[in-house]
Ligand binder design. Structure first.
Ligand SMILES: *Cc1c(COP(=O)(O)O)cnc(C)c1O
Length: 832
């Protein structure tokens, strides 16, 4: 329901727009709308004053200079009273922008003799986050940690540094990302809770976003923050100025500020003696270095007068924008595709009326298609630009807010950076997650029709009113190729081997695992390189590698490797390696380590940490270096699959006794991957290795018949182990030799050929002991053309590029327990 005053205000704004803001006549301006624009009358008034009144450079006695000085001081007072701030309690310092105000506070903190601690709230703007680089120790706090600080806990109790007696806490009055507001009372409560502590806590409030459409009331100095920064252009449109408001009781932190500039001193002595006396009366006199932007300050006074006349009080602006925000949120929320899925995934929470803080006019969201795939921001922007719609997209200078909205862990952001993502880049969907948001923000001059036009735009271009039939192309037809008579199999286990030839990490059931073109995510991305020969180590020579047990910890962003063997003197039990490409750990020079993996010359990133290399060298008793071979490499930093269909896999020979088949021509080229090989990381031959457990059982039967001891699936170091689904007939042992394609859940894979085996299968993956089996039996039962084969190489076979991406194609995954169907190789081709 529209509050009764909305139509009246809206009509007034519509009229105002006609005369005052012709530049937005044909555009939809939703980026701090209505606040960063210059009103025509304000500009006319400014021009007329500048051309009729003589303003001189302040700081001199001429009448023109005095006129400037008094106009500046009047404006300072007007601005203080705009915030209800008593000049006896506060001083106001003119600065270039809000960021410059933050830097003045940081300057003051930097001059504290024992240094300072810094805590900033997660929703802070980058300009406040950057302050941390100057502090002894800094923390990023979420709502809960701020509350526990207020409740008496000390967030710095684990600080590794010496104790500082000065702490600064910064937060935003309103997030410029999603409009969420944070209580003004935090300042007061925090100080109250720690009043008896020897450490002084100062608070810095960033009111840049909040003040653009709401009234900040500083009339009660006992509850207000010590420092408040503003972007004045976000309130009044013009000029481009900022302000820092300092509570008088906190002014003393600036006493040790070292730098002084023109205009900030009473006297300066140079030459043999060096001495100066800073101006002592007002803080602003000491902080406003150099000539003030006095013309701009005159413009500010004019713009403030215009704003007041045009829009009335900030409370009116506030109630209008609150209404528009709710309308926008509601409109976006109700947009649904034909299948009922939402068009927008919205990060702004709509606030109920009982919520006294409310939500500011910034609505953030991402777009999803009817199949749940994310729309890239670059794509959205192209259309918005064509339609003259001005909205902000991306990370919005709000790193903490974005990370929390998109649930991006710090290591994921670093990984995104290391795979080439930058603010504003085109590759904005990484591993199935967006890297930024779309933000529409409203202001004093936004109107109902702006909101409706934006909702209409989203509806017209991003809502699917009919469902695409690509879904059937991508999935169902392919499924139809698989004979239904073949009872389904199921995924028994999924394993990745992050460090080549070391232990495996079993993917727990219920965890979807990403499939990449190079193989399963995190499989064989690292290897150990022999310091002498430069060759990649393998269990063939170094069976103890099986005892290096990896664990992927995504909460912490770490690959943790535990050594399960007998304790080695001076070797820790485990070592952690960041999943993000941490440049401090690798040799960032041009000197990549040159190595050989399975005959390929490769170039990998070499770790320089003695702790990491020492751990592996001691555990294995071999001098070695850890190296990484991340996805996306080129040239010697990339490798290609070599797997191909073997002759024994051709149908006509499949059921004959090994060794007895007649000479056959090589398989047709179309069946091999040789012409267009896929990329791989450090696996031997192909992206993914699959083993069928019924074949393992058959092999074990042969082993036992020969008097040997059965082996487990793990001996074959497969990525995917398939088994017969309960109650089904499944497929015979070794049927995998004849499969052309495998479908797991909703993902298709292409079989690339049988996997050639060596003695490595004899290393017990639990104990690292080397035995005879299963190689001896395999050599009897599974030898073809003089080579021993077991298991099948595969690669992901994504659906053909279509304009309708689904969630499954944008972020393909498989899971333990998923149903599996297979497609046999076409007999005609095989006999061809
Ligand atoms: C715009 C903005 C800033 C940065 O202000 P500048 O005037 O560009 O320095 C900081 N914080 C918030 C919340 C903002 O909206």
């Amino acid at each position: 329901m529209e509050p009764s005053n909305v139509p009246k205000y809206n009509a007034a704004v519509e009229a105002l727009r006609e005369t005052e803001y012709p530049m937005i006549k044909n555009s939809l301006y939703l980026d701090h709308a209505g606040t960063t624009l210059c009103a025509k009358s304000a500009m006319d008034n400014f021009a007329s004053e500048m051309t009729s009144v003589l303003y001189g450079n302040p700081h001199s006695a001429s009448p023109s200079s005095q006129r400037s000085t008094s106009r500046i001081e009047d404006t300072r007072m007007n601005l203080l009273s705009f915030f209800g701030a008593d000049p006896a309690q506060y001083d106001l310092v003119f600065v270039a922008n809000a960021t410059a105000g933050v830097k003045l506070v940081v300057d003051a903190m930097r001059s504290q003799p024992e240094g300072w601690y810094y805590a900033y709230h997660q929703a802070c703007h980058t300009s406040l986050v950057g302050a941390r680089e100057e502090a002894l120790h800094s923390l990023c706090l979420d709502d809960e940690s701020v509350q526990s600080w207020i409740d008496g806990a000390d967030p710095f109790s684990d600080s590794p540094h010496q104790h500082s007696t000065t702490t600064l806490f910064s937060y935003s009055a309103q997030s410029h990302m999603d409009g969420k507001r944070y209580p003004l009372s935090w300042s007061k409560n925090l100080k109250k809770a720690h009043a008896s502590s020897e450490s002084r806590i100062f608070t810095l409030l960033d009111a840049s976003s909040f003040c653009a459409t709401s009234r900040l009331n500083l009339s009660d100095p006992s509850i207000s923050p010590d420092f408040v920064v503003f972007s004045l252009y976000k309130i009044f449109g013009f000029p481009d100025l900022g302000a820092l408001v300092v509570r008088r009781s906190a002014e003393h932190v600036f006493d040790r500020r070292k730098y002084f500039g023109g205009g900030t001193v009473d006297i300066v002595v140079c030459g043999k003696e060096q001495w100066h006396a800073p101006k002592s009366h007002f803080l602003h006199e000491r902080l406003e270095d150099g000539t003030l932007p006095f013309h701009s300050i005159v413009a500010l006074d004019i713009a403030m007068g215009f704003h007041q006349k045009a829009f009335g009080s900030m409370d009116r602006v506030s109630s209008h924008t609150v209404y528009l925000t709710q309308r926008l949120l509601q409109g976006l929320k109700t947009l649904q595709h034909a299948n009922g899925t939402p068009v927008c995934s919205i990060y702004t929470e709509s606030s109920s009326d009982t919520d006294s803080l409310g939500t500011g006019p910034a609505v953030s969201f991402n777009l999803e298609n009817s199949l749940g795939a994310w729309m890239g921001l670059a794509e959205f922007e192209k259309l918005a630009n064509l339609k003259e719609i001005h909205v902000r997209t991306g990370g919005l200078c709000n790193p903490g807010g974005i990370a929390s909205a998109l649930s991006l862990q710090p290591w994921e952001m670093k990984r995104n950076f290391s795979v080439g993502f930058r603010c504003g880049a085109e590759n904005d969907i990484i591993s199935g997650k967006p890297t930024g948001v779309i933000r529409a923000s409203l202001g004093a001059m936004s109107t109902i029709s702006d909101v409706d036009r934006f909702i209409g735009f989203i509806e017209e271009f991003f809502r699917e009113s009919t469902l695409p039939n690509t879904r059937t192309v991508n999935f169902d037809t392919h499924e139809a190729n698989i004979p239904k008579s073949q009872a389904p199999l199921r995924v028994k286990a999924i394993t990745v081997y992050p460090v080549k030839s070391c232990g495996g990490f079993s993917i727990p059931s219920g965890v979807p695992w990403e499939i990449r073109p190079e193989g399963l995510a995190w499989d064989r991305e690292w290897c150990l390189i022999h310091q002498g020969s430069g060759h990649a180590l393998s269990q063939k020579r170094c069976p103890r590698m099986a005892l290096l047990q990896p664990k992927l910890d995504f909460e912490q962003g770490l690959l943790i490797i535990k050594y399960r063997g007998k304790r080695v003197q001076g070797c820790p039990d485990q070592i952690s390696i960041p999943l993000s490409a941490n440049p401090s750990l690798v040799d960032t020079g041009f000197q990549h380590v040159q190595s050989r993996v399975c005959g390929d010359h490769i170039s990998a990133q070499m770790y320089t940490s003695d702790d990491i290399n020492g751990f592996f060298s001691k555990a294995l008793g071999v001098p070695c270096i850890l190296a990484r071979f991340p996805p996306g490499g080129l040239g010697a930093s990339s490798r290609f699959s070599k797997a191909q269909i073997q002759r024994h896999q051709q149908l006509s020979t499949m059921h004959k006794l090994p060794g007895s088949f007649p000479e056959m021509p090589s398989p047709p080229d179309s069946d091999s991957e040789q012409q267009n090989p896929g990329k791989i990381l450090l696996s031997n031959e192909s992206p993914i290795l699959m083993v069928y457990s019924t074949s393992v059982d058959a092999l074990n039967k042969d082993i036992r018949d020969r008097g040997g001891k059965a082996v487990t699936d793990s001996a074959f170091r497969a990525n995917i182990v398939l088994e017969q689904a309960g109650g089904s007939k499944g497929q015979q042992a070794f049927a995998e030799d004849g499969w052309a394609a495998v479908r797991i859940g909703r993902q298709n894979f292409k079989a690339l050929g049988a996997c050639r085996r060596c003695q490595m299968v004899c290393v017990d993956q639990e104990t690292a002991e080397k035995k005879e089996e299963p190689y001896v039996t395999l050599a009897k039962t599974r030898r073809f053309d003089g080579k021993v084969y077991f298991g099948v190489h595969m690669r992901h076979d994504p659906p053909a590029e279509s304009d309708h991406t689904s969630k499954e194609t944008q972020y393909p995954t498989i899971e333990v327990g998923e149903a599996v169907t297979v497609e046999a190789r076409d007999k005609i081709t095989c006999l061809g």
